[in-house]
Design a protein around this ligand. Structure first.
Ligand code: GDP
Length: 360
């Protein structure tokens, strides 16, 4: 139950600790899961990336079906590069989760086509590709049926970066088939699942929820835990359209910045959390505004975080194709419809910034 860790009652500061009294309960969870569940509070853990990698490496040695879950809102950031190393020769099903965040007008088939093409470009050939919303229970049955179809009676490994919604997905499957609710701990904090969670399937095989690899390029690592809610959208994103003239700048809170350098008057569409404030200003005033207003008008970061908040790094792009997204990993993206535009995109040092063929 909970995060999959082995329960111990001796060392309160180590992972898996639960007080002895917890052992009498029907469903035993560790203290960390208990706090997360009841107080929405996170305790830092002592598992390293190497520990996570060791667990995942075991998958390559086994014979089973790999279900790779990505966050469609942060497709590239949550991609988990090098999956072929973990997958070995096993089949992979690719599932884009959090489809509920995209505007309803977006055609599902177009998105699936886009995912297939992007997967191929990134070196992965999945046997099938799906879109779902684990949170809303959309597309779960379809994915569950595909798993049954492609696993040929073998084990199933659900893999992905932290926070893509693996645990929510497995909970949704368990609920669909057993009626049991919230068996696995989920939260908005990256890295909730600590060890393989084994869900028995009806023929003696298992479905495993694996701990996710922490994606260090994610914006989530640079914002205060309290602000995660603000940058991770919870609802359908309402795109915001800006008619920009050359020499104008958009700030996304204080986390990212886009300078529109040249290309004539154009409309740019922003896909970010509805709660994140976008502030427009003149390029010539942008540096001073950032210096004076970071942590104030331009939040997040919070004022008390300024000393450790990384500086923004500039990435220059000349848009060469129709319909291009400028992506800020984990924060969202800005779509430019026509080529011939020059922009400079800024994000905290370490956060991925890149351009791609438009998702929408
Ligand atoms: P895991 O680390 O991959 O196991 O991810 P979790 O299942 O713990 O989910 C991480 C966060 O994403 C939680 O805040 C979930 O509520 C949220 N989440 C999961 N699935 C969906 C989804 O389909 N749509 C949306 N909007 N949020 C989701």
């Amino acid at each position: 139950m909970g995060c999959g860790v082995e329960i111990q009652t001796e060392r309160p500061n180590d992972i898996g600790y639960a007080p002895k009294s917890a052992l009498e309960k029907e469903f035993i969870i560790c203290q960390r899961c208990f706090r997360l569940k009841h107080y929405n509070e996170i305790q830092d853990v002592s598992l390293t990336d190497d520990d996570f990698l060791k667990i995942l490496n075991g998958i390559g040695q086994t014979d089973g079906l790999v279900v790779k879950v990505v966050d469609i809102f942060d497709f590239n950031g949550s991609w988990l590069p090098g999956l072929h190393r973990f997958a070995g020769g096993n089949n992979v099903i690719l599932v884009g989760n959090k489809a509920d965040l995209l505007p309803k007008s977006v055609k599902k088939n177009k998105l699936i086509h886009w995912m297939k093409k992007s997967a191929k470009d990134l070196g992965l050939k999945p046997v099938d590709v799906f879109l779902m919303s684990a949170h809303k229970g959309q597309g779960i049955k379809e994915v569950a049926e595909a798993i049954e179809h492609y696993r040929f009676g073998k084990d199933v490994y659900v893999v992905g970066c932290t926070n893509v919604g693996k645990s929510t997905f497995i909970n949704a499957i368990i609920k669909e088939f057993t009626g049991e609710k919230d068996v696995i701990t989920t939260s908005q904090y990256p890295g909730t699942t600590l060890d393989m969670i084994d869900v028995p399937l009806d023929n003696g095989a298992s479905l495993y929820d694996t701990p996710g690899i922490i994606n260090h390029h994610q914006m989530a690592h640079y914002v205060d835990k309290r602000d995660l809610k603000l940058i991770s959208p919870k609802k359908e994103i309402k795109p915001k359209i800006y008619q920009l003239n050359e020499g104008q700048t958009l700030f996304f809170g204080g986390l990212a910045r886009l300078d529109y350098v040249s290309g004539g008057r154009k409309s740019l569409t922003c896909y970010v959390s509805n709660e994140l404030l976008i502030h427009r200003t003149k390029l010539e005033k942008a540096d001073a505004l950032y210096e004076n207003q970071l942590g104030e008008l331009l939040q997040p970061p919070r004022p008390e975080q300024l000393s450790e908040f990384p500086e923004l790094v500039a990435h220059e792009f000349t848009i060469k194709h129709d319909k291009t997204d400028i992506v800020f990993s984990g924060l969202g993206w800005v779509t430019v419809n026509e080529p011939g535009t020059k922009v400079v995109a800024y994000a905290p040092k370490g956060v991925g910034v890149f351009v791609r063929e438009s998702l929408i």
